[in-house]
Design a protein around this ligand. Structure first.
Ligand code: ADP
Ligand code: MG
Length: 310
């Protein structure tokens, strides 16, 4: 397994305002990104994701620690040679069209005029803005700008995509399209390093994740190892429960809750579910819904964040 990005004990302290107040944006962060994987760099707003990405791309310098990209210590132009970068708020020249902008990015990455033209067409098509490719950029919505920026990141067919919040500004359909594009890129052998603050959106997408909080890593690892596969809770909804049945369920130590005609039972895990359902049916009630709840990335993050004590 080849490691494309290696981050070791990286820290960044900003000095801000007249009194040069210290802002510790990143406090000793360590992780790696392997070739061919979808790496999710997650965490709430202000966690330090963009700061880390800016250090990798060489836009700002680390206060301490080190990082390499394709084996080159950053900051280094060589490190970025095979990286397609989508910044957090992509800046697209207002007087160009998306087609002109993406073509220009292709030319800057060393493509021929003809090559850049063809790739721009392909990439604008893949990110779904071909219909607006010839409008001036200043007439585009946030979502269309985001898609134009994404096309620019793809244009030179880089080995690795480094995408800072690629789903921001997009509606649910747009976010799904970006997820699909990321999966396609992995299928084509690319490595994808992307950040987002929306944990629930990416749970099924990532091979590995790091979750930052206040500049520190709180969760790190392969998705299939991080989330417990077992059912944590089963929610049962019933209708037509009479007082006798409810009393007998409570006598078994179950917590029952009524909303309108329905009654809800929560069972820890899923061990007693069939017993409960049998007695419910015997008691003449109807089963409306049985839903099992597994641990989500958000649950895991909350559990770790609380364990930290604040
Ligand atoms: N140039 C800067 N000067 C001072 N503080 C900054 C600067 N850039 C980022 N920060 C602070 O660093 C922290 C991390 O920000 P950022 O990396 O943008 O978070 P994220 O991308 O995870 O939302 C925040 O508290 C932010 O206010
Ligand atoms: Mg950010």
């Amino acid at each position: 397994m080849t490691t494309l990005v290696q981050v070791e004990n990286l820290s960044k302290t900003f000095r801000q305002g007249f009194f040069m107040r210290r802002v510790e944006a990143l406090k000793g962060v360590t992780f790696r990104v392997d070739q061919g994987e979808i790496f999710g760099f997650l965490g709430p707003n202000g966690a330090g994701k963009t700061t880390t990405i800016k250090m990798l791309t060489g836009l700002i310098r680390a206060t301490s620690g080190r990082a390499t990209v394709f084996g080159h210590e950053v900051p280094s132009p060589a490190a970025m040679r095979d990286v397609g970068f989508l910044p957090e708020n992509p800046y697209v020249y207002p007087y160009l069209t998306p087609r002109e902008f993406v073509e220009m990015c292709g030319r800057l990455s060393g493509l021929s005029a003809k090559g850049a033209r063809a790739r721009a067409e392909t990439c604008l098509g893949r990110t779904g803005v071909l219909y607006a490719a010839d409008r001036p950029v200043r007439r585009l919505s946030k979502g269309m700008l985001q898609r134009t920026g994404l096309a620019a990141a793809l244009v030179a067919d880089p080995q690795m995509l480094l995408l800072d919040e690629p789903m921001s500004g997009l509606d649910p359909v747009g976010r799904k399209e970006v997820r699909d594009l990321i999966l396609e890129e992995r299928a084509n052998g690319r490595t994808i390093f992307f950040s987002t603050h929306i944990l629930s959106d990416v749970e099924t997408l990532c091979d590995r994740v790091v979750i930052l909080r206040r500049g520190e890593v709180v969760v790190s690892g392969a998705m299939r190892e991080l989330l417990r596969g077992d059912v944590r809770r089963t929610d049962i909804s019933l209708a037509g429960v009479d007082d006798n049945l409810e009393a007998s369920l409570r006598a078994r130590g179950l917590t029952t809750k009524r909303t309108g005609d329905h009654m809800h039972i929560e069972i820890e895990g899923d061990a007693h579910v069939s017993d409960v359902l049998r007695s419910v049916l015997d008691g003449g009630a109807r089963v409306v819904e049985v839903a099992t709840r597994r641990e989500t990335l958000e649950d895991l993050f909350m559990r770790r964040a609380i364990a930290e004590g604040d």
